[in-house]
Design a protein around this ligand. Structure first.
Ligand SMILES: Cc1ncc(COP(=O)(O)O)c(C=O)c1O
Length: 290
């Protein structure tokens, strides 16, 4: 049994209940964030809580906890789950019970759910992953709101097609981000990543900081029509880290194998997370990356 923090109490996961009247249930109104631990140290916790705060601001939800209070609750919840070798941490802030059942009254609650971090199949990193594209996107893309209908829908489509992720492509043919990942590719020797209408991924920011002296990083719109020119590609997320992409829909990226540059970036990220887990402080990330 895992121990969760629900609105001021530490409870076992099977006793984690919230009100059916909370507008997170009725309207999907709430925010969340997700991170993992390295050697039990939550990875860039302050930044993830900062993003939770920003998500709340974007959707108009008032938080009743400060950044440091939430960080402290997260650390305490992790320490109450000592059986996990590494933890996956989900913070959720609900809209709360509302007098009109629609708009928030400032009574939201905080939940911190900590589970054993699952491992992903190693072949996705050695052979690379396939992704699909979907004609979809997210409302208020800078916010990680609990309104993830498009992500659930897109990920179901990816699963049906044997892919690990679905990339949102908008009406202007722009590849924005994955359902739960950010997207990078090498075009003409430059590392390109979409800068706007996406979630500011913490993994994305870390990768940019780690490789900015190795490669020229270009934050610009990427169009699906450029896919034929992509030499290498990868997606990033807290649970996937740096995952090479060797196919988009029916198109092969580069020679269809994990490229040298992506391998190097995966290694740089691994080295960084190893030292982070050893308690060596860590990069200070820009509020908004390049
Ligand atoms: C839409 C979206 N983009 C990108 C990411 C990756 O963000 P991070 O690297 O902070 O996990 C996520 C995370 O779940 C996401 O939901």
């Amino acid at each position: 049994m895992d121990t969760y923090y629900i609105d001021g109490q530490f409870v076992s996961d099977d006793k984690s209940f919230i009100s059916a009247k909370d507008i997170i249930v009725l309207r999907g109104f709430g925010v969340f964030d997700f991170l993992i631990t390295y050697r039990k140290r939550p990875f860039h916790l302050e930044e993830h809580v900062g993003r939770l705060e920003n998500s709340a601001k974007q959707i108009g939800l008032e938080l009743r906890h400060t950044n440091s209070e939430i960080c402290e609750i997260v650390r305490e919840t992790v320490s109450r789950n000592p059986r996990h070798t590494e933890s996956a941490i989900r913070m959720v802030y609900t809209g709360g019970i509302s007098s009109d059942g629609l708009t928030p009254d400032g009574r939201g609650i905080l939940m911190v759910m900590v589970t054993q971090k699952p491992d992903l199949p190693p072949h996705l990193y050695t052979q690379g992953a396939k992704v699909i594209t979907v004609d979809a996107g997210r409302f208020l893309p800078a916010a990680k709101s609990t309104c993830y209908l498009s992500a659930v829908h897109a990920t179901l489509a990816a699963k049906r097609q044997g892919a690990v992720e679905a990339l949102y492509v908008d009406r202007d043919d722009r590849i924005l981000e994955g359902a739960t990942t950010n997207f990078f590719c090498f075009i003409g020797g430059r590392l390109v990543t979409p800068p706007r209408d996406v979630l500011s991924g913490v993994t994305r920011s870390v990768v940019i900081e780690l490789v900015k002296d190795l490669y020229e990083v270009e934050a610009r719109d990427v169009r699906m029509s450029e896919a034929g020119h992509m030499q290498e590609a990868f997606i990033t997320a807290s649970n996937k880290e740096v995952m090479p992409v060797v196919g988009v829909d029916d198109l092969q990226i580069g020679n269809g194998r994990v490229g040298e540059r992506v391998r190097k970036i995966m290694q740089a990220f691994r080295d960084y997370t190893n030292s982070y887990g050893l308690g060596e402080s860590g990069l200070s990330l820009p509020a908004t990356s390049v």
